[in-house]
Ligand binder design. Structure first.
Ligand code: CAA
Length: 286
């Protein structure tokens, strides 16, 4: 199956950038959200980003206009998915909400459409049985910022068909990204498991007074060549998202080693979620 029209459900940080990445790659995209304000914010963000790409010389004005013409924003789920070959759900990480979205997607999307979730927390088997097409359900896990990061994890659930994996792999490649295929579901998938190992050590080092947040991040960037240190990355991804991933891993495995570190719990409880709230491990002016 060739995917020419993608619907993205959720216009937050991830959803809007996944939609923009599709439009820039030449794929028709519709981004849907229940809130008109959220949809307007996503559209404004896209306009600002495309203008910036043109100013920076990364895109021609014609290519930016053409990307703009390929993407629409809507609050109607029916309009968003009615002609979609692939739906990527990037809504809130609440399982009951995701399950009800997948039931509605199953009713509204064409029979051939693949229904993927961008969840970093839940394997798609947690939503596949809310549809009548579990063979066409999988995870497509993008990384933040989705316009920049070059990998997408494709995670099979026990019922995902080879055709579904082949179709989403082709989409990932068409987006100019590298597919990372997981043959089975595991909490945290691959990249977040690697990241968690570094993050846990960083929190332990800071918590035991060995080094400051800034110095630990400097060790990661200047000594190890990471693009950004673990604390700066938590602020980028969101302290809430980071906390939720750990908490869900614990709930899925029952392994106390998966519990969020007490310093992460403290930061989460303070409501300082990182860049999105203007304060996390660091402070942000805008
Ligand atoms: N949105 C879109 N584009 C962005 C961006 C954003 N939020 N932030 C940076 N960019 C773009 C810039 O426009 C710039 O593009 P050009 O070079 O083409 O002009 C490029 O990225 C580099 O940006 P900067 O020069 O401003 O800054 P940088 O070199 O420090 O890069 C970064 C910023 C790309 C975020 C880099 O620090 C990085 O790769 N950090 C690691 C990010 C990471 O690990 N992400 C995965 C998180 S885990 C996750 O997402 C999974 C999950 O389940 C939570």
């Amino acid at each position: 199956m060739t995917v020419t029209h993608i619907a993205v459900i959720g216009s937050g940080t991830m959803g809007r950038q996944i939609g923009m990445a599709c439009a820039v790659a030449g794929i028709t995209a519709t981004v849907q959200d229940i809130s008109a304000d959220a949809v307007d914010a996503a559209r404004d963000d896209m306009d600002t980003w495309l203008d910036g790409r043109v100013t920076k010389g990364r895109l021609t004005a014609e290519d930016a206009a053409s990307a703009r013409s390929r993407i629409t924003f809507t609050t109607s789920l029916e309009d968003a998915v009615g002609h979609a070959d692939l739906v990527i759900e990037a809504a809130t990480e609440k399982l009951d909400i995701k399950r009800s979205i997948f039931t509605r997607l199953d009713a509204l999307a064409p029979d051939h459409a693949i229904l993927a979730t961008n969840s970093s927390t839940y394997g798609s088997s947690a939503v596949a049985d809310a549809t009548g097409r579990p063979d066409k359900v999988c995870n497509m896990h993008f990384f933040n910022p989705a316009l920049v990061m070059k990998a997408v994890e494709i995670v099979r659930n026990p019922q995902t068909s080879d055709d579904t994996v082949a179709a989403v792999t082709a989409v990932v490649e068409a987006l100019g990204k590298k597919p990372v295929l997981l043959a089975k579901e595991t909490p945290g998938f691959v990249a977040n498991r690697l990241l968690n190992a570094v993050r846990t050590e960083a929190l332990k080092l800071y918590g035991s007074g060995v080094a400051s947040v800034e110095d630990i991040d400097t060790a990661a960037t200047a000594a190890l060549g990471y693009p950004m240190g673990p604390f700066a990355l938590m602020d980028l991804v969101g302290i809430d998202v980071t906390y939720d991933i750990r908490q869900a891993s614990y709930e899925m495995t029952g392994d106390p080693a998966e519990l969020p570190h007490p310093l992460l719990v403290e930061k989460y409880s303070s409501g300082d979620y990182g860049r999105k709230t203007g304060k996390g491990w660091y402070s942000y002016d805008d």
